[in-house]
Design a binder for this molecule. Structure first.
Ligand code: UTP
Length: 275
C-alpha cells in the first residue's frame, strides 16, 4: 500500500476558539512564528507525502495565500537584501503540491472528507487534522503509514487520555494485537466518561482507503447534526479489519486555547518553531 496523498480538512468554523476565529481561520493561528497548518504540512512532507489536498470553506482564503508565492513580498525583500527572510518566504511557496477544494457547508468532518473523493482517485490516503499538533522524532502520520503498509488496513491514530476528558474525543474499543496496536471493533463519538468503553481516544491522524466514501454517503448525520467520520469508521470496522495505533510523541490540542497556549510556550522554550 503506497501512500502519497494527504487530505487536510480545514473547513470547520472553530467555534471553540471564538471570537478570534470570526475573521481568522483556526488553522492560521500562530505556533511561535508559523501557523498551525504549516506544521501539519511539514509533518506530511516528512512522512513522504508529495500531494496535499486542503479542504477549505468560507473565510479560509488566508490559508491559500500563505502557501502561495508572494512575488510582491519577494521583490521587496530582494531589493532590500533581506536574504534570510526571502529564503524563508520562497521556501513556503515551494514546499509541496497543494490543491484546494471548498466544502460548500460545514456539515461535519465526514462531509469534508467526501470532498476528497475525486482527488484521491481510488488510492489510500492520509488525513491530518490541524486540531492536533504532534511533536515527535518520527512524524505521527508516518507511524500510521508504516502500520497501514504492513497490514494493508486503514489505521486510526489514538492516544490514552484522562478518563474525564473522553467526551472531547471519539473513543475506540478493540483487541490489543501488539504493543500500541489494536484491532478496532467499535467506535463512539464523544461519549460521556460513564458510557466510554475505555480511554483510548482518536487523535487527528488517519490512513484511510477509498471505501470510506461510499459509507460517508450512506450514513445519516450523527452527534451535533454533523456527518461524523467516527460513524463511518464504525461501519467500516463491520466490513473489514481496521487498526488503531497509539502515536508516540507529544500532542497538543490546538482546538482549544489551553492547548494552543501550551504549544506556544513549550515550542518557544526549545526553539521548536523558530529558525
Ligand atoms: P472540529 O470538530 O474541531 O470542528 O473539526 P471545528 O468547527 O473546526 O471546531 P469547533 O469544534 O467548532 O471549535 C475537526 C476537523 O474537521 C474540520 C475542521 O476544520 C477540523 O480540522 N471540519 C469540521 C471540516 O473541515 N468541516 C466541517 O464541516 C467540520
Amino acid at each position: 500500500m503506497k501512500i502519497r496523498k494527504a487530505v487536510i480538512p480545514a473547513a470547520g468554523l472553530g467555534t471553540r476558539m471564538l471570537p478570534i476565529t470570526k475573521s481568522m481561520p483556526k488553522e492560521m493561528l500562530p505556533i511561535v512564528n508559523k501557523p498551525v497548518i504549516h506544521y501539519v504540512v511539514e509533518e506530511a512532507i516528512r512522512a513522504g507525502i508529495d500531494d496535499i489536498l486542503i479542504i477549505t470553506g468560507k473565510g479560509k482564503r488566508a490559508i491559500e495565500d500563505y502557501f502561495d508565492r508572494s512575488f510582491e513580498l519577494e521583490y521587496y525583500l530582494r531589493e532590500r537584501g533581506k536574504v534570510n527572510e526571502l529564503r524563508q518566504v520562497e521556501e513556503i511557496g515551494e514546499m509541496v503540491d497543494i490543491y484546494y477544494v471548498r466544502q460548500k457547508k460545514p456539515l461535519g468532518l465526514g462531509d469534508a472528507i467526501l470532498y476528497a473523493e475525486k482527488h484521491v482517485n481510488e488510492e489510500p490516503f492520509a488525513v491530518l487534522l490541524g486540531d492536533d499538533l504532534i511533536v515527535s522524532e518520527k512524524p505521527g502520520i508516518q507511524q500510521l503509514i508504516e502500520v497501514a503498509q504492513c497490514y494493508s488496513s486503514p489505521v486510526i491514530g489514538v492516544e490514552k487520555v484522562p478518563r474525564e476528558l473522553v467526551d472531547r474525543y471519539g473513543v475506540i474499543s478493540g483487541t490489543e494485537l501488539d504493543r500500541e496496536l489494536y484491532e478496532v471493533h467499535n467506535l463512539v463519538e464523544k461519549p460521556s466518561p460513564q458510557e466510554a468503553p475505555n480511554n483510548i481516544a482518536i487523535v487527528g491522524r488517519y490512513v484511510l482507503t477509498p471505501e470510506i466514501f461510499d459509507i460517508l454517503k450512506e450514513i445519516p448525520p450523527g452527534k451535533g447534526g454533523e456527518v461524523q467520520l467516527t460513524d463511518a469508521l464504525r461501519e467500516l470496522a463491520k466490513r473489514r479489519k481496521i487498526l488503531a495505533k497509539l502515536i508516540s510523541g507529544k500532542r497538543y490540542d490546538i482546538g482549544t486555547f489551553e492547548g494552543w497556549l501550551r504549544a506556544n510556550i513549550e515550542l518557544s522554550k526549545n526553539g521548536g518553531g523558530l529558525r
